[in-house]
Design a binder for this molecule. Structure first.
Ligand SMILES: Cc1cc2nc3c(=O)[nH]c(=O)nc-3n(C[C@H](O)[C@H](O)[C@H](O)COP(=O)(O)OP(=O)(O)OC[C@H]3O[C@@H](n4cnc5c(N)ncnc54)[C@H](O)[C@@H]3O)c2cc1C
Length: 469
């Protein structure tokens, strides 16, 4: 055990929760330290999550444009995928952004240490480096931001070649000929959209009755319809039982909705069945921090039950596993730790985005949840098929659906599936934050021709007054 140093706040983990918390702590004048076990900042989001997947989705979209070039009057006789170049661009994007995080931490006078951080008692943490040397650090406040890892099961351990999680799939040496994806949540359907467009024969197996099961049911149904139309095989109520490696890849056994056993063979299997919180081996077992199925319980200011210890991001119980949520939780935690006023997060106004093709975005209550909560509900819906920009783009699938309260028109939820809808949901978030009504959305003039007009039209549609439908 070596020297001690004193910090106002130490953040363990540098994902979008940790590094944003650190920057804000620096801005608030706290002597701040980030402890990161990897050799680069940015966490899951930057290295094996949000950023590399969105980069690959863009590559897949460009490839799609080439395939459909004729529709746009472009003659394109020879084109093909250069997988190594695709991977190189992805690495370039990730490296550039990681350098940006490093710069921002320095700019805000945040110090950093590489090593494994652990809570070591009131006001203390230890950091163990790659050589196994441990130093103790004194701190006033601690933010645990150690994130999550892909969930795996015995018999489904990733091997980097055949059985994959979000990490190994991003480092594949070639586009696989075929792939089974276990789980039709955000990660599963995004990778399905990437690899299907690169030419992989994709089969998605989902245990629940619908793909993207947390979304409004109509949105799930629309995505399922689109996947099948595109040629992505999707089986719901399919319970995967076993993965057996074969000469050519893997055989995946599952039980179908009708109870019949089934097996499918593919070159690769992606396990995308959720995330496990990184709450082991962080010293929390010796603290008063309470866990719920491994996730940390916190109060509205992200404080755990251990005085002076906060938790943010993917490891927080009942918090959606999203980068922007982790970042906001980081800001709430350090602002509170600095003794400054801060507003707790309203989790009913968190935008959810899934960057599959077609994209999905939503905020607030689904129609079912609104009715279950006892609201008298008015629905406004507008299809992209009737939106001029969607027609220009040649991407007319999907719709915008607004769930509002019947009497006063309060917006309870907004749900979208279609082209570029992940860029459109922030409008609904702001409207809900300002306690806006469908009338506000309908009367706010939206520019023409844009996809955003579909939001205005869906608001008009709540009173059966949509203009273009
Ligand atoms: C394939 C995929 C795609 C995704 N796409 C999106 C998306 O498009 N949009 C979105 O909002 N979310 C997306 N997510 C989710 C998003 O990545 C996470 O919600 C986000 O990264 C959580 O941030 P975090 O800071 O809590 O943890 P993480 O990003 O997981 O970071 C935790 C950090 O802590 C470090 N660490 C762990 N233990 C220790 C320790 N003991 N000591 C020191 N350091 C430690 C880790 O090395 C890591 O750097 C995606 C996730 C996946 C898997």
């Amino acid at each position: 055990m070596a020297e001690t140093a004193k910090y106002g706040i130490v953040i363990i983990g540098s994902g979008p929760g940790g590094y944003v918390a650190a920057i804000r702590a620096g801005q608030l004048g706290l002597k701040t330290l980030v402890v990161e076990k990897d050799d680069k900042f940015g966490g899951t989001c930057l290295h094996v999550g949000c950023i590399p997947t969105k980069d690959l989705l863009l590559n897949a979209e460009v490839y799609d444009y080439f395939k459909n070039a004729k529709e746009f009057g472009i003659v394109c006789k020879e084109f093909s995928i250069d997988w190594a170049a695709i991977q190189a661009r992805k690495t370039k994007v990730v490296t550039k952004l990681a350098k940006g995080v490093e710069f921002l931490l320095k700019k805000n006078k945040v110090e950093s240490i590489q090593g494994h951080g652990r809570w070591a008692g009131a006001g203390r943490i230890t950091v163990t480096d790659a050589k196994g040397q441990t130093r103790e650090i004194q701190v006033a406040k601690i933010v645990v931001a150690t994130g999550s890892e892909a969930k795996t099961f015995p018999g489904f351990e990733p091997d980097g070649k055949t059985i994959l999680t979000n990490k190994e799939i991003l480092a594949l040496k070639a586009v696989p000929k075929s792939m089974v994806i276990m789980g039709a949540g955000a990660v599963g359907v995004e990778f399905a959209s990437i690899f299907h467009r690169f030419g992989t024969k994709v089969t998605v197996l989902e245990m629940l009755p619908h793909a993207v099961p947390l979304e409004d049911e109509e949105i799930s149904v629309e995505l399922e319809k689109s996947f099948r139309h595109q040629g992505i095989a999707l089986e719901t109520q399919a319970k995967v039982e076993k993965a057996t490696k074969t000469a050519n890849g893997v055989s995946v056994s599952y039980t179908r909705a009708d109870g019949k056993p089934q097996a499918i063979e593919a070159e690769t299997l992606l396990v995308a069945v959720g995330r496990s919180p990184n709450t082991q081996d962080v010293g929390l077992e010796k603290s008063r921090v309470k866990l719920e199925r491994g996730f940390v319980k916190v109060d509205p200011y992200m404080q755990t039950d251990e005085p002076g210890v906060y938790a943010i991001g993917d490891l927080v119980a009942s918090s959606p596993l999203l980068a922007h949520v982790a970042s906001r939780e980081g800001i709430v935690a350090v602002t509170h730790a600095a003794g400054k006023p801060v507003e707790p997060i309203n989790y009913t106004q968190v935008p959810n985005c899934t960057y599959c093709e077609p994209e999905i975005s939503s905020v607030g209550l689904t129609e079912h949840q609104a009715r279950e909560a006892g609201h008298k509900v008015r629905i406004g819906k507008f299809p992209f098929a009737a939106n001029s920009k969607a027609t220009i783009l040649g991407s007319r699938e999907g719709f915008v659906k607004i769930v509002s309260e019947e009497k006063y028109g309060e917006i309870l939820g907004v749900h979208m599936v279609g082209p570029r809808v992940t860029e459109m949901i922030a409008e609904a978030v702001v409207a809900m934050r300002l306690e806006g009504t469908v009338e506000d959305l309908a009367c706010a003039i939206h520019p023409h021709p844009t996809l955003t007009e579909a939001v205005m039209e869906a608001a008009h549609a709540a009173h059966d007054w949509a203009i273009h439908f």
